[in-house]
Design a protein around this ligand. Structure first.
Ligand code: ADP
Length: 422
């Protein structure tokens, strides 16, 4: 193994894995730290769920993942977080970074959430989401990790004990490696790195390929494989993204209420394809059961791929959350969708699209899936992946879409990419 990645959430793990596969690395994603050894691959991504838990727990789980990756021989460690640097004032980006640095006995690393292809750029240490500063983007209203300061040096410094500095884009373009040596001389332990385009990410990755630890969004992963190749560590494989051909019925389960997913559900409904709506209030009041919804879905599935969705517009979600409480509503929907997805797979579905980060976590957990082989991308950040079902060992294709990814016709696009005729 060349690269061992520790990802702080589930769909973020798939995002970075997809980037590595695109550059020709055979990549496997494992869900949590496995008890046994890690699978053989050029890169292994350990998907944790540590973004918003207590910092001490995040540190502990990240160190456990590190030990497993080190035992499997990883040459470099990559701590992957969100391209909007999602974190609370207490962390967890800073504390996890410092704990990994200590465990790896290294005194320098970088921090770079930039993902220019998805509109995330860092300029003079300030993070932009499209044309807006992070602090003026929708992220300022995030329910769990509101980001109200776009200056990443300041944000990270408030979470770390060591000195945080800046690797500015103009210096990075001139001679990143020399600047890194200077920064280390100035006592900087973590350098926030600018990146405005893919060329910057490539230059940054080249300068960082031999650091024991890199911390970043998924963007930097674009540049590491070519840097490894230049060092003779690996040859890109044209079959890195190849998955088995899987036949069998197809379905979509959607628990994301983000803007992009609302548009995708609307497009599917407008095309007149089979769809079953899950109403959290009807479920809560016992007017409808999970079994009934599953039966309806199975009946529809007999003729064509079916969508089961809890996706709703913000006003409707708010009304449901007011009636049930945010957590109860979320858990109710996640549990129901996971049970329906499991029922669909038990009935033979082998190509499954799931919309929503938390929803994906719940579905994959309910299916008992522990490893995903990463295949070709459907859109930036969302690849098809392949799992093995614990009962029977059948191959199952899974597309796990984080809320805001994908064009309005994403569902049909994903199914067609998996060979489904629509
Ligand atoms: P995203 O990736 O868009 O953030 P997630 O699946 O991570 O999507 O989060 C969506 C959350 O909203 C989940 O906890 C889900 O159960 C919940 N949810 C989905 N539909 C509804 C609804 N109609 N009312 C209230 N909560 C909902």
């Amino acid at each position: 193994m060349i690269l061992g990645v520790i990802a702080d959430d589930f769909t973020g793990a798939t995002d970075v894995a997809s980037m590595l596969v695109r550059a020709g690395m055979h990549t496997v994603q494992v869900l949590g730290v496995p008890d046994g050894g890690l699978p053989e691959a050029d890169a292994v991504v350990v998907a944790l769920k540590t973004r918003t838990i207590a910092a001490s727990d995040a540190v502990e789980q990240s160190l456990e993942a590190l030990r497993a990756l080190q035992a499997a021989g990883a040459r470099q460690i990559y701590f992957k977080y969100c391209s909007t640097f999602d974190s609370t004032p207490a962390g967890n980006i800073g504390p996890v970074t410092e704990a990994l640095m200590a465990a790896l006995a290294t005194s320098f690393t970088i921090a770079c959430p930039a993902f220019p292809e998805n509109g995330r750029t860092v300029f003079r240490g300030y993070l932009f989401v499209g044309d807006e500063l992070l602090s003026e983007s929708g992220m300022r209203h995030h329910p769990l990790t509101p980001m109200t300061d776009a200056n990443l040096v300041r944000v990270l410094q408030s979470q770390t004990r060591g000195k945080v500095g800046l690797l500015r884009y103009d210096v990075l373009r001139e001679d990143a490696a020399a600047r890194i040596v200077e920064l280390q001389g100035e006592g900087v332990e973590v350098a926030v790195a600018d990146a405005l385009n893919n060329a910057d990410l490539l230059a940054l990755a080249e300068a960082c390929a031999e650091l024991p630890l890199v911390t970043a969004g998924s963007g930097v992963a674009l540049g590491l494989p070519p840097a490894y190749q230049r060092r003779g560590w690996f040859q890109p494989s044209s079959s890195a993204a190849q998955l088995e051909t899987v036949a069998g019925p197809a379905a979509i389960v959607s628990g994301s209420c983000s803007e992009a997913t609302n548009a995708q559900v609307a497009r599917w409904l407008a095309s007149g394809r089979p769809a079953i709506a899950l109403d959290p209030l009807a479920l809560h009041h016992g007017e409808k059961s999970v079994e009934q919804l599953l039966e309806q879905a199975l009946a529809a599935l007999a003729s064509a791929p079916v969508l089961v969705y809890a996706t709703a517009e913000p006003a409707r979600v708010q009304a449901i959350q007011q009636a049930l409480g945010v957590e109860v509503a979320g858990a109710l929907v996640e549990f129901a969708l996971a049970a329906i997805a499991t029922g669909l797979v038990r009935a033979g579905v082998r190509r499954l699209v799931v919309a929503g980060g938390e929803t994906s976590g719940a579905v994959v957990q309910a299916l008992g899936v522990q490893q995903l082989r990463i295949g070709p991308p459907i859109c930036p950040g969302v690849p098809w992946t392949q799992a093995r079902l614990p009962a029977g060992g059948d191959a199952l294709l899974l597309a796990l879409k984080s809320g805001n990814f994908g064009a309005p016709d994403f569902f049909a696009q994903a199914l067609r990419a998996a060979g489904v005729e629509l």
